[in-house]
Design a protein around this ligand. Structure first.
Ligand SMILES: [Zn+2]
Ligand SMILES: [Zn+2]
Length: 432
C-alpha cells in the first residue's frame, strides 16, 4: 500500500480538515517475514526493541526474532499467554517492561495489540505491528478499547509507524480469525450511514473523501467473500489491507465514525455484560458481523415504517435504561448522557431530513438478505447462538446500546421516531 500517495490524494480536502496519519509504511505481501528487519530499518524504526506476542501468534511468525537479530536489532521478547481482553492491568505490566526499549514490535492480532498500542502511548515509544491474522480493524488505530472495572472505554493510543503482514501467514491463520476480520468489515456500511445521519441531524463534522476510503475497502472485501474460508494469500491480503485502511480512516477523520457505527456499540455492550459474568467473549469481528446483520434489519425496518407525522420529543424511559446496564455501569451511562445526544437535534430537524436519512441507509448499507448471504459465504457469524450470547442478552444489546456512548446513531433516534419496534425479529430470533 502506498501511504504517501494515499495522503497526497487527501491534501486540501473539501471538508477543510487537514488529514494526516503517523503511519509511514504498510507492507502487505507474500514472504515478507524474511524482510521484517529491512522494512523496519528502511522506515527508521529504533534498533533496541521489545517484541510482544502471544504464544500462538509467535509460533505463526516462526523465526521472526532471528530475522530481527540478523538484521541488527537488539531484541527482548515478552510472550503473553492467552490475552482475550485488553485489561488495564496488562497495560500496566507492559508499561513497566517497555522502559528500557526504544520501540515495541507487536507480533499478532487482536486485543493484545490494543494493550501494546496503549502502553506505547503511555511511555512514548515507537510502535510497529507484524500482523499474523486479518482479524480486526484495530491495526492502524490511534485509540485502544481498554477494559477498566469491566467497562470498556476507548483511550488514546500510539499509532503504529510501520505495519507488516506476510500474506502466506495471514492465509494460514485459523479460518475463524479471517472470518472475524470479514465480519468486522461488514459493520463499515452502518458506520458510514450513522456518520452521515449524525451530520444530518446534529451538524456533526463529516468528510465524504474519508468515507469513500472505507466504502471502497468494504467493496473490495465483499468481492472476495467466497475465498475467505480458504487458505488463499490473495484474498487474505485484500482483507488485511481493507482492515488497515479503515483503521487509518478513523485517524484521518479524528474519530471512529469512519469505521464503526451502532453495530460496534452493540458488540461492546454484549462484551461488557459477558465480562461482568466473568466470561470471555468470542472474537470482536464475529460479534460485530452478527450485530451488523441485526442492525441492518433494524435500520431497513425503521426507514420502511417510520412516519414523520409521529416524530416527537425523546421518550427514553431512563429507568429501563439504567436497569438494563445495572448498578455497575450506571455512573458511566449517566456520564455519557449528561446531556444526552438527542438534545442536539429536534423532531423538526428529523422531519426535514428524513428522506436524506433513509437515503444514507439505502445508499451505504446492503439489504439484510444480501448481507446475510455474504456472512454465510465467508464463514462469519450471523446469529446470537454463533457468538455465545443468550437471546436475552442479544435483545438487551440491540435495545440499549445507544446509551453507552454520546454519539448520534439511527438506533438512538427510535424514542423520537416512535415507530414500531421488533427487537426479536431484528435479532433473527423469531424463526421456526
Ligand atoms: Zn476531508
Ligand atoms: Zn471493529
Amino acid at each position: 500500500m502506498n501511504v504517501p500517495s494515499l495522503l497526497n490524494a487527501l491534501q486540501s480536502c473539501a471538508c477543510g480538515k487537514s488529514h494526516t496519519v503517523g503511519i509511514r509504511a504498510v507492507e502487505i505481501g507474500r514472504g515478507l517475514l524474511a524482510q521484517t528487519a529491512n522494512i523496519l530499518s528502511e522506515n527508521g524504526f529504533p534498533k533496541k526493541i521489545l517484541v510482544v506476542s502471544g504464544t500462538h501468534s509467535f509460533a505463526a511468525a516462526d523465526g521472526i526474532t532471528d530475522v530481527l537479530s540478523a538484521g541488527g536489532f537488539c531484541v527482548r521478547l515478552h510472550l503473553f499467554d492467552g490475552v482475550h481482553t485488553s485489561h488495564q492491568s496488562d497495560v500496566d505490566a507492559l508499561t513497566a517492561l517497555c522502559r528500557d526499549a526504544d520501540g515495541l514490535l507487536f507480533v499478532g492480532a487482536g486485543s493484545l495489540g490494543d494493550v501494546c498500542r496503549r502502553a506505547c502511548y503511555v511511555t512514548d515509544k515507537e510502535f510497529a505491528v507484524f500482523a499474523t491474522a486479518p482479524s480486526t480493524d484495530g491495526f492502524a488505530s490511534d485509540t485502544a478499547p481498554i477494559t477498566i472495572h469491566n467497562f470498556k472505554i476507548s483511550l488514546p493510543a500510539r499509532e503504529p509507524s510501520v505495519i507488516i503482514a506476510d500474506t502466506d501467514i495471514l492465509a494460514a491463520a485459523p479460518a475463524v480469525l479471517r472470518s472475524a476480520g470479514f465480519g468486522d468489515m461488514m459493520g463499515k456500511t452502518i458506520g458510514l450511514a450513522d456518520w452521515k445521519i449524525g451530520n444530518l441531524t446534529t451538524g456533526e463534522y463529516y468528510c465524504d473523501t474519508v468515507a469513500a476510503l472505507t466504502r471502497d475497502a468494504y467493496r473490495r472485501v465483499c468481492a472476495v467473500a467466497d475465498r475467505i474460508p480458504q487458505n488463499d494469500p490473495e484474498s487474505a491480503g485484500v482483507l488485511m489491507e481493507a482492515l488497515v485502511i479503515t483503521g487509518m480512516a478513523m485517524k484521518l477523520c479524528g474519530s471512529s465514525r469512519a469505521a464503526a457505527g451502532a453495530e460496534h456499540i452493540v458488540s461492546h455492550f454484549w462484551e461488557i455484560k459477558t465480562l461482568e459474568q466473568g466470561r470471555a467473549s468470542v472474537y470482536h469481528g464475529r460479534k460485530v458481523g452478527a450485530a451488523s446483520l441485526m442492525i441492518t434489519r433494524m435500520y431497513y425496518d425503521i426507514c420502511k415504517n417510520a412516519d414523520p407525522a409521529r416524530f416527537g420529543a425523546d421518550e427514553t424511559d431512563w429507568e429501563r435504561v439504567f436497569a438494563a446496564y445495572g448498578d455497575a455501569f450506571k455512573a458511566d451511562v449517566v456520564k455519557c448522557n449528561s446531556p444526552t445526544v438527542t438534545e442536539e437535534t429536534s423532531p423538526a430537524i428529523l422531519r426535514e431530513k428524513w428522506n436524506a436519512i433513509c437515503d444514507a441507509v439505502y445508499a451505504e448499507m446492503p439489504a439484510p438478505d444480501v448481507l446475510a448471504d455474504m456472512l454465510r459465504r465467508a464463514g462469519a457469524a450471523a446469529a446470537c447462538e454463533e457468538i455465545e450470547i443468550t437471546p436475552e442478552l442479544c435483545l438487551l444489546g440491540l435495545e440499549f446500546h445507544p446509551y453507552m456512548r454520546h454519539r448520534m446513531l439511527l438506533s438512538r433516534l427510535l424514542p423520537m421516531l416512535r415507530c414500531r419496534t421488533d427487537y426479536t425479529a431484528w435479532a433473527g430470533l423469531n424463526k421456526g
